[in-house]
Structure formats: C-alpha cells, structure tokens
Design a protein around this ligand. Structure first.
Ligand SMILES: Nc1nc2c(ncn2[C@@H]2O[C@H](COP(=O)(O)OP(=O)(O)O)[C@@H](O)[C@H]2O)c(=O)[nH]1
Ligand SMILES: [Mg+2]
Length: 297
C-alpha cells in the first residue's frame, strides 16, 4: 500500500508545481511581487499583514514611523545618535516614496470563517478569503481560483496569508516570489529546531511580538541562533506588529525585492525583444512554458 500512497502524493504535488509555475509566469509578466506568509496559528500573520498593507498603501493604521517611542524621545531631547540619523534619512525617503504609494492586495486561507479577510480589508486593500475546510494549507489551484477575476496588472504586491500550520504548507508552491516564515516570541525559542523543513524553504524570517519579550522572559538571541543554525544567512526581521517597532526594515525589504524583480523583468523583456529577431521571442517562450506545464500529468 505504501508505494501507491507515495505515488499519488507525488502526482498531486507535480500538478501543483506545474500550476505554480504558470502562476509565477503570470506574476512576473505583471511585475507583481507575491509573498506567501506561513506560521503557526496565532503568530500574528493577519496583524502583520494588515499593518504592512496599510503602510505600503501610503500610511494609515500601519504607520510605524512615529510609534518608536525611545527614538522619538532622543530626537525630542536633541540626543540623536548616528543610527537615529540614518533612520530619519530613511524615513524621509520612505515618506517621499509613499506619495506614489504601492497598490496591494491580499488573499487569506483559513479552515473556517472570513474573520481574517475582514481584518485585512481594514487596510483598504482588496482582500479575498479562501475557505479550505479540512485542508491545513493552501494549494496553487486555490490561489488561481481566488485571483481569477482580478486584474493582476493593477497591483504591485500580492500577499498570501497561508493557513496557520508549521508543517503542511512546506511542499505546496503557490508561485510566490518570497516565502516568509513568521515566528512569534510567544511560541518559544526552539521552534526553528522543531520545524526545520518549513524554515528551510523560507526566503526570510520575521520574528514578531517583540513588545512581549520582557513580560514572557523570551530569549531573542537564542531564537536568532536557532534560526541561523537551521537556515544560515536567511534575512531576519525583528518587529512588533502592535507597536510598529521594526516595521520599516521589513517594508524596505519588500520594496527593494519589488524593484529588483522589476529590474530583472525589464532586462529579460529587452533580451526577449532582441531575440525576437531570431524567431524565439518572449511570447513563444511563455507559450512553450505554459504548454509544458499543462501537459505534465
Ligand atoms: N502583543 C502583540 N500581539 C500581537 C502581535 N501580532 C499579533 N498579535 C496578536 O496576536 C493574536 C493573533 O494574531 P493574528 O494576526 O490573528 O495571528 P494569525 O493567526 O497568525 O493570523 C491577536 O490577538 C493579535 O492582536 C504583536 O506584534 N504583539
Ligand atoms: Mg490570520
């Protein structure tokens, strides 16, 4: 029995991978950066995303810049450090960029209720809930279905809040550019060691609920060492979605990834245009990729 179960699972995953590849091609053509956020239930995915969306949209409840109290106190007292100066400079750039705010959207998977979609919608972004019933992860066809009537060219960022689970989402590619693992301080320092597979598939890690560290005597340094042990060199962002502390580095990271993706896409388009002379243009490359994906079992 065992080999047959494995074979079925392999086929389902192959189909998912083929569809995820098609989604990735669509996202790339529209210059859309897609972020798949995974974590245990209750780590703070919806809270982080609501603030992230609001910030990228150009302010609102996610505005973290004025909420970092110690820095503000030093500024007011005229005791600005070098680090504060760099921060102030970045803030100015960010505020300038916000005039041309980003266009964002979000989809969220949950076993039941549309509570999270309603919370995310408070950011002002279009949001959509996927109800997975008994499924503990999102799959590429669920994402494709949720996006079917959205014009993806209207967005810069698409965030996908996965179902809260530290195991199941690992093998399911959704066509995302970035898979971000959220680790809340309240979950304990040893989570990276207990769930190495998911963290090994992550492009970045966000350590959240830092505002609670003192109250729960959480050892941030130990968590960071454990993350580094399992996934050396992975970018780590430490923040509190409640107070807004640390959100600016996270937003910088996202906007930089978007710029990089678009620059890469631009240079590819130029290469494709050049090579069209030789009969192998972008359209035919994409058609071939789609045909290959569709013909896979
Ligand atoms: N103190 C604190 N609470 C947070 C933070 N982020 C989320 N929460 C709270 O943690 C609970 C679970 O958050 P939620 O976003 O629903 O988690 P999700 O299940 O991962 O989407 C909610 O009560 C949030 O208000 C944070 O950075 N600090
Ligand atoms: Mg949630």
């Amino acid at each position: 029995m065992q080999p047959r179960i494995l074979e079925l699972r392999t086929n389902i995953l192959k189909k998912n991978d083929a569809l995820a590849r098609q989604l990735r091609i669509q996202f790339a053509h529209r210059g859309l950066l897609v972020i798949n956020v995974v974590s245990a239930p209750g780590s703070g995915k919806t809270e982080l995303l609501t603030r992230t969306l609001a910030l990228l949209n150009g302010g609102g409840p996610g505005d973290s810049m004025s909420s970092f109290a110690p820095r503000k106190q030093r500024l007011v007292a005229g005791q600005m450090t070098d680090e504060d100066a760099t921060f102030a400079e970045r803030k100015a750039t960010m505020l300038a960029e916000r005039k041309a705010a980003y266009r964002t959207a979000a989809i969220v998977g949950d076993l039941a209720t549309d509570n999270d979609a309603r919370r995310l919608a408070a950011s002002g972004s279009p949001t959509r809930q996927i109800l997975t019933g008994t499924m503990c992860h999102l799959e590429a066809d669920m994402v494709a279905g949720a996006l079917a009537d959205w014009n993806l060219s209207e967005f810069d960022f698409l965030f996908i809040e996965n179902v809260g689970n530290l195991v199941c989402p690992t093998s399911w590619d959704l066509g995302e550019d970035l898979r971000v693992l959220l680790c809340a301080a309240t979950e304990g320092e040893d989570k990276p060691l207990k769930y190495p597979t998911l963290i090994n598939s992550a492009d970045a890690v966000v350590v959240s609920k830092l505002d609670l560290v003192a109250a729960i005597e959480f050892d941030v340094a130990l968590l960071l060492r454990n993350i580094e042990r399992v996934r050396p060199g992975v970018p780590v962002f430490q923040l509190s979605a409640k107070t807004g502390e640390g959100l600016e580095e996270w937003i910088d990271y996202l906007t930089t990834r978007l710029k990089e993706k678009r620059a890469l896409q631009g240079s590819r388009s130029r290469r494709d245009r050049d090579s069209e002379v030789g009969g192998q243009g972008r359209a035919s490359v994409v058609r071939a990729a789609l045909e290959t994906a569709a013909s896979e079992p």
